[in-house]
Write a protein that binds this ligand. Structure first.
Ligand SMILES: [Zn+2]
Length: 352
């Protein structure tokens, strides 16, 4: 009787080992086998029921064997699963491979370039002033001598902002029309409300136009505006400052020329060109074969604008200038599409 039970136990054990050896033992399969052989209703426990009929000594003998086989089987199952894990995840570690660097952001090319320009103006004693981007038409146009019927005020050139509270609109006439500023010039007026001549200031900032975008037009872009007011300021001072700045940015070889132009807030107005840095005035596609590049608008501050700044035009004079920062950057870095700066494309931004 005892030998029958022992035979049965050994048979079950052999059977179990065979199953363990079959194929890969994943966790789920291991649990299945544990239930099948070692569980409360498992095959090995079944044999225990037959032990009731055995003598005490035989029961003891069979019990010892059964427990040994149980713990052996557990061990086998554990090892088989471990073996499987090892072959599935062979970890290789090469300590000579450099670590993964964290990605570090950098300043936008426009910010970088503005800092460069402002550093140049700082060495010339200019103060840097910033102000709002949503401006009233009074500051954006009226106080800058831009007449009510000037095309710059057209809906198609300017972004107007709707004011919801009409009572407020009537009460405060000055705020009656709000625009996204079309230039940084209103900051000149606002700055002069808190300053008296002599002043030397530059205003960097974002401006807005109602534009159809293409490679050289964007609905928002950056300008840098400058204003100098003092006694005896003349066009000669203006030429000296602008030439110095352009030389600092683009190199000592740079030449400039001044052409007459018209802007409502200056008199006389000038267009300032710089000798082409790409072809050194031999003529290329960037300068359209002329050897000159249009760089900025400038001029002597209009007496009406001086009066709007509460500055006496008989005692003081001044010059103002404005440059398109994006155009300067494009020229400086050889970028052919203004939209790249605002695209947020890391392939572009990582180059700076
Ligand atoms: Zn050229």
């Amino acid at each position: 009787m005892t030998s029958d039970v022992i035979k049965k136990l050994n048979k079950i054990y052999a059977e179990a080992l065979e199953e363990v050896g079959k194929g890969k033992l994943y966790a789920q399969r291991r649990v299945e086998l544990e239930i099948k052989y070692l569980g409360r209703k498992g095959k090995l426990n079944d044999v225990f029921k037959e032990m009731a009929v055995l003598s005490d000594s035989a029961r003891k003998e069979v019990g010892v064997l059964a427990n040994k086989l149980k713990s052996d089987l557990k061990l086998q199952l554990g090892q088989a699963q471990l073996q499987n894990k090892k072959s599935a995840t062979t970890i290789t570690f090469d300590e000579t491979i450099p670590g993964a660097r964290p990605k570090i952001g950098s300043l936008h090319p426009i910010t970088q370039f503005l800092e460069r320009i402002m550093a140049v103006f700082s060495t010339l004693g200019f103060e840097i002033v910033e102000d709002r981007e949503v401006e009233t038409t009074v500051y954006n146009f009226d106080k800058l001598n831009i007449a009510f019927d000037h095309p710059a005020r057209d809906m198609w050139d300017t972004f107007y902002i709707k004011i919801k509270n009409k009572k407020e609109k009537i009460k405060n006439k000055e705020e009656s029309s709000l625009v996204l500023r079309t230039h940084t010039s209103p900051v000149q007026i606002r700055a002069m409300e808190k300053r008296r001549p002599p002043v030397r200031l530059v205003v960097p900032g974002r401006v807005y136009r109602h534009e159809a975008t293409d490679a050289s037009h964007e609905t928002n872009f950056y300008q840098l505006e400058g204003l100098v007011i003092d006694r005896n300021i003349s066009v000669a001072n203006m030429i000296y400052v602008l030439h110095t700045v352009l030389k600092q940015l683009f190199g000592d070889k740079v030449k400039i020329r001044i052409r007459p132009s018209f802007f409502p807030f200056v008199e006389p107005g000038h267009e300032v060109d710089m000798s082409c840095i790409i072809c050194e005035q031999k003529g290329c596609s960037v300068c359209s074969g002329t050897g000159w590049l249009e760089m900025l608008g400038a001029g002597m501050v209009h007496p009406v604008v001086l009066k709007n700044m509460k500055v006496d035009p008989d005692k003081y004079s001044g010059f103002a200038f404005g440059m398109g920062v994006d155009r300067l950057i494009m020229l400086y870095h050889g970028i052919n599409d203004i939209r790249l700066s605002y695209s947020g494309d890391l392939r572009f931004l990582k180059q700076f």
